[in-house]
Ligand binder design. Structure first.
Ligand SMILES: NC(=O)c1ccc[n+]([C@@H]2O[C@H](COP(=O)([O-])OP(=O)(O)OC[C@H]3O[C@@H](n4cnc5c(N)ncnc54)[C@H](OP(=O)(O)O)[C@@H]3O)[C@@H](O)[C@H]2O)c1
Length: 330
């Protein structure tokens, strides 16, 4: 396993990490969850990602129990939670149970610590920007949680570059700790934030990135090339909105071409897609998701697979994807 610094911080995070969205406390049972965590940890993965929203808090409970059962040293792994939506989601949470305001972030942090059965979170994210809370209130709250030793680093997820920079501006002005990392979606189909919007931030204040859905929820495994398998994620009713957006002919046709290229290289399609994310040096860690241990075992070979993505291969991939964000000409 290779390790990268989380942005400008000294925290060394494994370049592949593991998350529990859709799976833990929902799609898969506790035994499978346990086997997945063990496979990840034994392979050198040191970052486990979670959120209050995942399976209405059950994902954190399941992960907390597994961490306790294994008894791994707390200083040997990095654990996160994310708050904003409330455990029941924006629609069903009460007004005081969501947002990036002081009350919700503080209570959400305490509740995550309880569900995960740990004394502190290494990373705590604002899961989305909050248009109703002044960014200064959020920065002050996160700074307090850090000073109280309840979290070590704070970050954002799917915030705009402008919102992230406002947080830095406030932090600088008041000598508070600004955000260390952002959690954006990043995969072959979804590139703009990582390859365009955030470029100045990487150069100026610096930012770690824990990127999500590297396989676009499975689209980039090629498993949807010839129809929708019964037991696959995009067949789940709760994700019909994502299926409608992802499984369009243009995307599938690209994945069919990429699958053929992967075969030529002696790689599987998931490995080609994951290794492609790792090629981006602004990525600190690629968060893997898996519903089966075999999937995770395969995905763990992504670091080796990266060696096969030469400049020439990257050009071929680009010509198939044909979606590189356009930057202003020099
Ligand atoms: N911050 C945010 O807003 C946000 C949003 C989403 C996710 N995340 C984080 O990012 C993590 C990863 O995201 P993700 O789960 O969407 O990742 P992903 O890699 O895009 O999708 C994972 C899913 O793809 C399928 N899959 C994975 N490897 C496969 C393989 N080798 N062969 C066949 N199928 C395979 C599995 O689903 P099936 O077997 O069910 O088809 C698996 O659960 C999450 O767990 C969460 O921690 C964060």
């Amino acid at each position: 396993m290779n390790y990268r610094n989380l942005g400008r911080s000294g925290l060394r995070v494994s370049e592949l990490s593991f998350g529990s969205w859709i799976t833990f406390g929902n799609q898969i049972n506790s035994d499978t969850s346990k086997e997945l965590m063990k496979t990840a940890y034994d392979a050198g993965i040191n970052f486990f990602d979670n959120a209050e929203l995942y399976a209405e808090g059950r994902s954190e409970e399941v992960m907390g129990k597994i961490l306790k059962d294994f008894g791994w040293r707390r200083d040997s792994y990095i654990l996160s939670s994310k708050a904003f939506f409330g455990i029941k989601g924006l629609k069903d949470s009460k007004p005081t149970q969501k947002g990036n305001n002081r009350k919700h972030l503080t209570e959400a942090c305490h509740q995550a610590l309880e569900r995960l059965q740990v004394e502190y979170l290494d990373l705590f994210f604002c899961h989305r920007p909050d248009k109703l809370t002044p960014i200064e209130e959020t920065v002050r709250t996160m700074n307090t949680l850090i000073e109280q030793g309840k979290i070590f680093y704070w970050g954002t997820s799917e915030w705009s570059a402008q919102e992230i920079m406002e947080a830095h501006m406030v932090a600088r002005e008041h000598h508070l700790i600004g955000p260390t990392m952002e959690q954006p979606q990043y995969n072959m189909m979804w590139r703009d934030k990582m390859e365009n919007e955030f470029l100045q931030i990487f150069k100026t204040v610096g930012m770690g990135t824990t990127v999500w859905s590297p396989l676009a929820s499975g689209l980039l495994t090629g498993k949807y090339n010839d129809g929708i398998p019964d037991d696959a994620r995009l067949n789940r009713g709760e994700l019909s909105w994502l299926k409608d957006r992802s499984l369009v002919e243009e995307n599938i046709e690209k994945v069919r071409k990429l699958t053929a290229l992967a075969k030529e290289l002696g790689l599987s399609m998931p490995l080609l897609a994951l290794a492609w994310c790792l090629k981006n040096e602004n990525v600190s860690t690629v968060i893997l998701g898996a519903s089966k241990t075999l999937q995770l075992e395969e995905n763990l070979k992504a670091s080796e697979a990266k060696e096969k993505l030469t400049d020439e291969v990257m050009v071929k991939i680009e010509s198939i994807l044909d979606n590189q964000p356009e930057l202003p000409p020099f």
